[in-house]
Design a protein around this ligand. Structure first.
Ligand SMILES: Cc1cc2nc3c(=O)[nH]c(=O)nc-3n(C[C@H](O)[C@H](O)[C@H](O)COP(=O)(O)OP(=O)(O)OC[C@H]3O[C@@H](n4cnc5c(N)ncnc54)[C@H](O)[C@@H]3O)c2cc1C
Length: 393
């Protein structure tokens, strides 16, 4: 939609071909229905891919400021919370409505329920075929998304058309997604939310870390810090490498302070059991798991636990190793990582370097952002740049 609006504003006659019954469905689910459409904090560190610097020429033309102004003009009054931008209405539907109203004002043609069977070059034109209908254009922009959340329409079905133009894809994997772990104890701690830091190791090497509210599920770990590291896990698992997460359940205490805190609780000699000694420091569901993992009897006298075991317990609390065996897949993912190899796209215009007149925008390109409005920012920016250049190119 951003690409279409930019192209139409630059004088092009535009047709959007959408295979769902309506356009922009995914927007309705973004930001828990509130649409976190950009973020005040911008920079290369929020974007990932084989070549994250690819985003820079795009953002120089249409970045954070331009995005906020663009949506202001469409009626979206920004509400900021800790750098995260949402529409003041608190409704993602407002963002979609605003875009749709602009498409209507610009008299764009929107064809929904359009099941494309081919997109090819025919002479000087691009020809897209859907059933008995054919659409011709001087330029063609693929803004078909990645493979995440396929029920919103982004199912990878357009990738084969893109490949036919000679383009190649960096492996597409789920990202911003829950991770599955092999440890059976997760069943007993499902539903617990706790402040923790997550370090992700691939083949014993630290690749990424994040801190925040971790959610424990019946089969593994979730929550924003897990989402932030998940693309590295998915990529490594795709390469057949071993992946571990090390959870620090007490990121607010250093090793020394934690040991004195734990020792004080166990050595008090007030008749508490080992299980009772940790009440108030951790969620009640977590305590039995922590103790069992370190061979400490839950109902035994806290004061009788040897110091060596307390040291091992503290080590575990600071670095609980979890074997990561998979992700919850594209259905549960917020984005996909990977996509069209950026070496095949001109970063100034988003035009294919293989096929003049062919453009790309959004998640279909090998760029994925962190949680926090960065993926929509990339979609708006790359879309606007692609549309502007397609119209005048
Ligand atoms: C639950 C959820 C929450 C999210 N929250 C946020 C958030 O708050 N902030 C943020 O920045 N990002 C968020 N994201 C990510 C963000 O929504 C996406 O990165 C962004 O929508 C990508 O835009 P896009 O235009 O590239 O692709 P999409 O939004 O996926 O749109 C692609 C369109 O192409 C259509 N299409 C695909 N294949 C075909 C075909 N063969 N023929 C015709 N049409 C086709 C699809 O139906 C769809 O309409 C969230 C994602 C999810 C799933």
């Amino acid at each position: 939609m951003a690409a279409a609006i930019a192209a139409a504003r630059n004088g092009a006659s535009v047709t959007i071909l959408e295979h769902m019954d309506r356009i922009g469905k995914k927007i309705l689910s973004t930001g828990n229905g509130k649409c976190n459409y950009t973020n005040h904090r911008q920079g290369l560190r929020f974007y990932r891919g084989e070549n994250p610097a690819f985003v820079l020429p795009v953002f120089r033309q249409f970045g954070f400021e331009e995005t906020v102004a663009f949506f202001r003009e469409l009626g979206i009054y920004p509400k900021e919370r800790d750098g995260y931008f949402y529409p003041a209405s608190g409704q993602a539907a407002s963002v979609l409505d605003a875009l749709r109203m602009e498409l209507r004002r610009l008299r764009l043609q929107v064809v929904t329920g359009c099941n494309l069977t081919s997109v090819q070059k025919e002479g000087a034109f691009f020809k897209a075929v859907a059933g008995t209908k054919a659409y011709y254009a001087d330029c063609c922009i693929f803004a078909c998304g990645g493979m995440a959340f396929p029920k919103s329409g982004s199912d990878g079905s357009a990738f084969s058309f893109i490949r036919q133009f000679g383009h190649t894809f960096v492996q597409v994997v789920p990202a911003l997604v829950q991770l599955k772990a092999s440890q059976p104890f997760f069943k007993s701690i499902a539903g617990v939310r706790t402040d923790a830091s997550v370090k992700l190791y691939v083949e014993q090497k630290l690749v990424c870390e994040d801190r925040g509210e971790v959610q424990l599920t019946d089969c593994g770990i979730s929550g924003i810090p897990v989402f932030q590291v998940s693309r590295y896990a998915a990529k490594a698992l795709g390469r057949g490498e071993r992946v571990h997460a090390a959870l620090d359940f007490v990121p607010f205490l250093g090793n020394g302070d934690l040991f004195w805190e734990v020792k004080g609780r166990f050595m008090r000699g007030d008749g508490k059991t080992a299980e009772e000694a940790l009440v108030g420091l951790f969620s009640k569901k977590l305590i039995p798991v922590f103790l069992k993992q370190n061979g400490i009897i839950l109902k035994g006298d806290a004061a009788a636990v040897p110091e060596g075991k307390l040291r091992a317990l503290c080590g575990y609390l600071k670095e609980a190793w979890v074997d990561i065996i998979g992700t919850k897949g594209f259905e549960a993912a917020q984005v996909s990582a990977g996509g069209i190899d950026t070496r095949e796209i001109c970063a100034e215009t988003m035009e294919s370097v293989l096929e003049p007149g062919l453009y790309f925008a959004g998640e279909v390109v090998d760029v994925d952002g962190m949680c926090g409005g960065y993926n929509l920012q990339w979609a708006w920016s790359s879309g606007y740049v692609a549309g502007s250049h397609a119209a005048v190119g």
